[in-house]
Every structure is written in C-alpha cells, then in structure tokens.
Design a protein around this ligand. Sequence first.
Ligand code: DON
Length: 579
Amino acid sequence: MKLTRYLIVALGFCLVPVAMAQAPAPAAQTPIIDFGSRFLPTVARQGMVVGPEELAAEVGLDVLRAGGNAVDAAVATGFALAVSYPRAGNLGGGGFMLLHLADEDRQTLIDYRETAPAAATRDLFLNENGAVDQQRAYFSHKSAGVPGTVAGLILAQQRYGTLPLADVMAPAIALARDGFAVSFALNQEIAARAERLAMNPEARRLFLDAQGRVPEIGSRWQQPDLAWTLTQIAEHGQKGFYEGEVARRILAEMQAGEGLISAADLAGYRAVEREPVRGTYQQYEIISTPPPSSGGIHIIQILNILEGYDLQAMGHNSAAYIHHLTEAMKLAYADRSRYLADPDFEPVPVAELTDKAYAERQRALIKPGRATPSEEIAPGKVLVDASHDTTHYTVADRFGNVVSNTYTLNFSFGSHIAVPGTGMLLNNEMADFAANPGQPNPFGLVEGEANRIEGGKRPLSSMSPTMVFRDGKPWLATGSPGGSLIITSVLQTALNAMAFDMNIATASAEPRVHHQWQPDKLVVEQGISPDTLALLRALGHNVDVAGRTLGRTQSIMLDRGYLWGATDTRRPGGHVAGY
Ligand code: DON
C-alpha cells in the first residue's frame, strides 16, 4: 500500500521536471501521464483490491501476491468482509458477482441472490388492514430469505478459482478467531444501529458489551462463533453451511422466532450462473448484472437514451445535463416498476428494454425545456412475449481477470437478528419483494405484481456490479451499495469516465444526482451550484439537496498498463490495496 503511494509521488514529481528539461529521449521512455483531474486514484501495476474496509482488502491482496487469481482474491475478500465489515459483509445474505475471465475472453455472472422460503406467500407482510407490517417485513425472522452468499462464493471458487477453498478462507477464519482492532468506521457503524441490535439478545451479545456499549476504537474484537461457522464451510464446502450443524442452528432459530426457512429450503439453495446483460455507449461496451437485478438493464437503457445527446457540449453537471439525465432516469425507473422481477418466475423483456430503437422512442418523450411530472410518465410499452446496507468490492489480477462483486444483508446489519452460535446475522431481503404491489418499498421504489412474494423466487434487486470495455478489453469495473441509488451511482461513475474523460477518482467523487420516478423528486448531493439548482427548478424539477450522500462506489480502471483504484470518499474506512 505504502509502495503504491510512493509510486504516485514518483510519477507526479519526478517525471514532470524531466519533461520540462527536454532531456534526450531514452530508448524506452516512460510515457508521461497527464493527471489533469482534481482527484488522484491510487495506482498499482500487478494486482488490486478496492473495497469498503482495509483488513479485508489486504486479505485479497495477500492472495493475489501469493499467486492466486482475481477470483481467489474476491472469494477471500468476501469471506473476510463477513468478519471485518458486519454491516454488509455477510454469510447470511446474497449478491451478484460479475467476472471477466481473461483466458477465455469471456464474462459471466454468478447470481447468489437469496430466495423466498417455499412457505412464503403473497400477503406475508400485510396486516389485517391490507397495509405492510414494517416490523414483520424488515426486522423479523420472516424478513430473511434463504442465504445465497456461501453458495455463491463457493461456486465462484470451484469453477474459476485456482487455490483450495480452505486456503482462501484461512485469513477470514484467523480474523474472526484472533480478532482485530476496532476501527473508527466499525465503531460508528455499530453505534448507528446499536439500539436495534440491542433488541435481539444474540445480536446484542455479538456487537455490544455487557452494559450495551459499542466496542471502543482500538479495542480487540473477536468472533469465535463466526470462526467456527467459517471453519465448517472451509472443511465441508456448501454442505458445511446448508446442511449439518450450522443449518441445524439456523433452523432452531427459525423455529424459535417463527421464521419460514426450512431444512429443504437450505439444502435446496443453488447459486446460478447467468449471462450478463450487454449494451454499448459510443465506443464502449457495457457489461452488467441481469435479472433478478434491475441494475444492468436500466444502466444500459439510460445510456441508450443519453447517447442521442451531446453531453460534453452541455457540460458536466450543468442544468441541461442534469435535466436530460433525470428525465432518462424517470423513464427507466417507471419501466422497472412494471417489468422487472425474477426471470425464472416472470418473463422480463431484457432485449426490448435495452434496445436502441426503444431508447429512441423514449428519448422523443423528453422535453428539453420542461421536466415531465412523474404522474405523466407510465411504464413504456415494450412487446412482452404473449403475455441501508450493501457493499461492493472490485478485484483485478496480473493475468487480466477482473471481478466486480456486490453483496448484502439488505439493511445495515440486515434484520438485526443473529443466529445463536454462528456469529451470523440474518438478512431482511424479503423486504425487496413488492409486499403490497403498487405501494413503495423501503427504498421508496414502486413495484408491481411481477415482484410479488412467491416461494422459491428471488426478490428484485438493484445491485449492479458493472464493467465497461474499451477496444474489447476491460477498462472500468465498479459497483455500489445504496438500494435504489445503486443504479444511478454506477451509471454516473461510468458516464463521468466515458463521456467526460474523468479519471476514476474524479469520476467517483463528483456530486451525484438521483431520480427514481416515484417519488417525483430530484435528489442532488451537495456541490451542485445554486445557479444550476435554480435553473433546474425553473424547468419544473422538484429539487431536494440531500443531507446525505448517494452511493459508495469501489472501482478499478485498467488504463495505459496501470491499475487505477478509487474507493469512494463518501464514507470512512474504504481502502485500495495494490502492488
Ligand atoms: O438488492 C437490493 O437492491 C437491495 N437489497 C440493496 C440494499 C442496499 O443497497 C442497502 N444499502 N445501502
């Protein structure tokens, strides 16, 4: 890590004087890189892990240095984050892993999204008045979907890793067993949820001391139960989690708390490989997450709409740019509400929604001089066949492989319910179904019948691990937490790099905006000028300057022979590990 910092300094300070003095060109001259941007990424040459927490990113880097590939490092980092970043790193949640396999020049996606227990029914979360019972939907044993993370990481490791599973899991086991010093970020993350964590006796035992206090910064925090669970997985693979003693403990907790997950649900869980969704933006190819995530489709759809405008001429974050971006976002999120769901249960018109001709028809609906109120926007007509917390990390290795992984418990610390004797939190991913179709979910997203609760179904997600290719090679890999904000955060990071030539640190840091059709509100981060906001209001936008930040990307750009890493500075604790 220190080395990479020195490398930046060396590039910045040593090369420039050489150029100014016009020394005779050496035989193999080092190209001089123009940094002309406000923020500087961290640079490395051989391998890199960018993630939300330092210890886990360094675990991944150690695996790369030891000769593992990006998949080995991604699996190691995923298990390590379950220990060091408990708000979102997990064994009890699920996610999506996008891989670029250099040898085969192929991309694939591992879908390890949770599934609804077989016993889950459409009205699971409705009370006697037909309204959503938020306590039951978000913070009960019934909020938990069948966990997918362990199956997903193991599938990735078995198919595409090069080291034994036990080797890549060893650092996570050591972290849990031996403990580590509590960071400022971890202290703050637990403090923010302490009240609710204290409501569940096992979560209270894991995260707070006997007096209910948050672990102090610098104190050693050990998780022996989690070390035991990880060891069961390292020794017995998928069965070590979904069958046997870990499963028995999960089932005992389900029984105690009237949860729905059964032994058959656990034993039957499968992570699956899916074709990523693909699109283009000018000379770039976009490769992203397919259903049951909505992310990839809508990123491509919005890019298709925006491709018809000269964004550079409008100017980055100008009123004209934000207006057109916002109008495209509204159209996409309106479509999301109607068409997106688990493709194993509902037909999702992927090709139609990502079609350039459809984007052209949608572009025609955008008025350059007026914001269209959301109530005037309905999901578009496409031809259908008959009919707060998540986390992201990105890895690149010296062999050319790239992994972009987003996984989650849904809210920060999920349902805040821990399974006794496992060190593991339950997710509350069932809240991502449309508990009451047509009514907003916890992220304010309105979804329809297609995303109703059904046993065995995967809830619709917004998680969007994404890669951008240039000249047929991976150029940018990124992803973000943030629920409904994920799609627009990933979109703007990629657009800043593609359309505005920003380096990845600047592309990540620039203020973001977000509109999700319903509610009809254009949320903007601090940093957009008041003049611009006044122009947007004059166009009819209902502008809301967010008191919070939007998204938290973790990105790598592969450019000019270097790896350029940027951890989003919007939240503390992120880390770029490179060598
Ligand atoms: O799958 C989804 O879209 C949500 N469960 C993600 C939740 C999330 O990002 C919360 N984080 N801030």
